[in-house]
Design a protein around this ligand. Sequence first.
Ligand code: ADP
Length: 169
Amino acid sequence: FLPFAGAMCAVQDPSVEAAELERTFIAIKPDGVQRGLISEIISRFERKGYKLVAVKLVVPTKEFAMQHYDDLKGRPFFNGLCDFLSSGPVLAMVWEGQGVIKYGRKLIGATAPQNSEPGTIRGDLAISVGRNIIHGSDGPETAVAEIALWFKPEELLSYSKVTDKWLYE
Ligand code: ADP
């Protein structure tokens, strides 16, 4: 069972069990891009040891934003949220690694930055819930759906890095 969409992940290093790897969808929202936080945010995922397997800068349409946030349809902030997500460039990414879905959410912090611990992305870099700079899939099913929504299967890369064997035993 490989809990991600698209091409199967052929991990070339046999010491890394493909079945242990997972993929998650992470997006730097328009506020994070405008505030110049792309490198800061990528750096946190990269230094942890996660592997970037897809990335693109896109301006989503409002319809696309509504699809992305479909589960929040009916919430009072839904319309504003979708306007905001489609208001400028978003850096869409897929990150891969053991436990990356759950731990990626830890790196991101709580939805409301006021409740995010210092040391987390939102805790360190954001103040308001409607401008919390980053999105991350909240579970395995969401990760599969969001990766499939934002990326074509051929945009997802599978590759080994020399550090793989220094990250996993
Ligand atoms: P998360 O992004 O942490 O998974 P949700 O899926 O609950 O959180 O909400 C999606 C996004 O909607 C949040 O990241 C935030 O930008 C926005 N949002 C959530 N709650 C509110 C709120 N009460 N007011 C304004 N925006 C909100």
